[in-house]
Design a protein around this ligand. Structure first.
Ligand SMILES: CC(C)(Nc1nc(-c2c[nH]c3ncc(Cl)cc23)ncc1F)C(=O)NCC(F)(F)F
Length: 295
């Protein structure tokens, strides 16, 4: 209902810190209990604090809060509200807490009872979440299994909108001025060479997430490791991204994960079309995944 205020304010005095969850873009996230009654019956929440010493300023954080507050989708981590502290000088983003954590940890722990059908269910949920993001003209820019959260054994959600940008109404892509520490092994070629980000660059990253899914996030065959093996581990710094683009131009792609169904691997390779136009849309990918689930 529109009258329901979507921004609930959490009072810092009722916040009970429990444990650290991890570090994301521009901040750290902690598990807390919001316990106004003081009897430990309050809800568990994930609280993302702005890293005070980071050059990222309050403005970027405010943008991230506005982004996640505007998203209402079953496959995107839910915004709960904000918590002001130190007399409204600093603020924290409050999100729903998903007990199973990020997809990487979940797959490492539960590998034995997650089969291909379950993987395809997760893939279709991520795809639907991305289709929704695209309908809102957002590009995520940091799609990776580490940024997918597990709500239950049958539900995953996209999270960490620290790098998400809105595509201007008159353009098909967003150009970043300050690339920062980029996860280049999840990046499309044009994002590496021209800092250009679009729905089609998110499609490339979705292909890499599919590879992570069907590799069960095995750390010895994660994308960075596989690329570095191909590049020769002796590379340093800047030349890695240029060498990476060269092997992509020569049509080298991540190899099929062990036991990955051929139809799924060919779906990944369509996401890795060198030029953005060759890559499918999320709706086409969604249909292909649904078809694979039926079989
Ligand atoms: C920076 C942070 C905390 N990292 C982690 N979150 C959670 C984690 C576990 N449960 C959570 N419930 C909500 C949220 Cl926002 C995070 C978690 N678990 C492990 C993490 F490394 C994060 O936000 N990562 C992006 C995400 F994984 F969420 F996509």
């Amino acid at each position: 209902p529109s009258h329901q205020q979507d921004q609930s304010v959490y009072e810092e005095r009722h916040l009970r810190y429990i444990s650290p969850l991890g570090k994301g873009n521009f901040g750290s996230v902690e598990l807390c209990r919001y316990d106004p009654l003081g009897d430990n019956t309050g809800e568990l929440i994930a609280v993302k604090k702005l890293q005070p010493n980071k050059q990222s300023n309050l403005e970027d954080f405010q943008k991230e809060i506005n982004t996640i507050r505007s998203l209402h989708c079953d496959y995107i981590v839910k915004y709960r509200g904000v918590c002001y502290s130190m007399g409204r000088l600093s603020m924290s983003l409050v999100m729903e807490y998903l007990p199973h954590g990020s997809l990487i940890g979940y797959l490492e722990k539960n590998r034995q009872h997650v089969n291909n059908r379950r993987m395809l269910l997760f893939a279709s949920q991520i795809c639907k979440g991305l289709e929704y993001l695209q309908s809102m003209r957002y590009v995520h820019r940091d799609l990776a299994a580490r940024n997918i959260l597990v709500a239950s054994d049958t539900l995953v959600k996209i999270a960490d909108f620290g790098l998400t940008k809105i595509i201007p109404f008159d353009k098909e892509y967003y150009r970043v001025t300050h690339p920062g520490e980029s996860p280049i092994f999840w990046y499309a070629p044009e994002s590496i060479t021209e800092s250009k980000f679009s729905h089609k660059s998110d499609v490339w990253s979705f292909g890499v997430v599919l590879h992570e899914l069907f590799s069960y996030c095995e750390h010895n065959c994660n994308p960075k490791r596989l690329y570095m093996q191909e590049l020769g581990n002796d590379m340093q710094g800047l030349s890695i991204s240029m060498h990476l683009v060269d092997i992509l131009k020569d049509n080298w792609r991540l190899p099929a994960p062990p036991l990955c169904p051929p139809r799924i691997y060919s779906m990944m390779t369509t996401c890795w079309g060198y030029s953005a136009e060759e890559r499918p849309t999320f709706s086409t990918l969604g249909d292909q995944i649904e078809t694979s689930i039926q079989d």
